[in-house]
Design a protein around this ligand. Sequence first.
Ligand code: FES
Length: 364
Amino acid sequence: MESVILFFRLYNEYLVLGILVVFGLIEFITGHLSNSKRSTGDYIQEFFSFFLLSVVTKPVIVVLVVYLGNILFPYGNTLLNAMPFYFQLPLFLLVDDVMQYWYHRSAHEYLFLWKLHRAHHASTEMGLLVSYRNAALYYVLMPNIWWLALFTFWGAGSAVVVGLVLKQLVIIGSHSTTKWDQWLYRSAWLSPLAWVVERTIVTPAFHFAHHGVSQVDEISEPNGNFGNMFAFWDILFGSAYFTRQYPEKFGIQTDTHDAWYTQMFFPVLKSENRNSPLSSEFNVTDTKVDAPTIVDLAQGNYLWCRCGFSKTQPFCDGCHHGTKHKPLLFKLDKQQKCTLCNCKRTKNAPFCDGAHKWPEEVGS
Ligand code: FES
């Protein structure tokens, strides 16, 4: 065990780079990289974000915490020395991952954090390069990085090193177009194994669904599947969605295509496009009205806006990102005339139940 830990400690950076190279080679050989529609700005942002995180943000936070820890709590640096490695590792990973689950979920439910995380979802393709695509400030505020620094200070650096390699393996694997999990879904006899695997670690199918544009395809769930290494947090906290399929469209419903440097350095740099959430003039406006929309709809799937901010009422346009609201998916088996609620008080969503008239009736 000691020699394995030493190996991880000595070759930590090489192991993470090795994971990237292996997945990168597979993406290259399978043609994903050569067929990519990524712009130059996408490449710059993805490489720069990875560089900033690995070479600046993470090392600076670790050095800072260890330095301050030694001054303020000089006896703290041996706190975990007596704990066996096989306790340190799960403790480190479980605390790390549950914190990242809630940080990631908050980045979808609170507007300021969503603006920092938006770049990650602006990519219209999956691939290992998407893994570290976020605003620089997103990583500075990420509790995990402070947690790993603290764990290192407490004397459990080996668990951090091994844990990080394992975690990067799952995270890069869940973004990569290698879709390593697809072979698990091919035969019925592997299904029980797939059931266990997909409920334990985050698989590409599980995470691709999170990057899909909207639930209309019945595969995507951009408002769920927030797990990073372990999928069981989503089950525990009610945000899991399993399909064993992969969406065809990725990205944000109404993307404003901000420059890579704006996405990278928001809020220091702001977008000049006033419709962009990264603009200083951006406002979420209430678009609810006390009157239903009567519309003739073809057979198909639709998303009804629940948040009341959509500019395309009564349908969702993605403005709910950065709030706790989620749109409602409804299906029509045939063409029909629908009376859709716009006041968002209906108890028969998405259809109007007359709730918009109630205040009038009460007042009369
Ligand atoms: S815009 Fe999506 S729920 Fe309102």
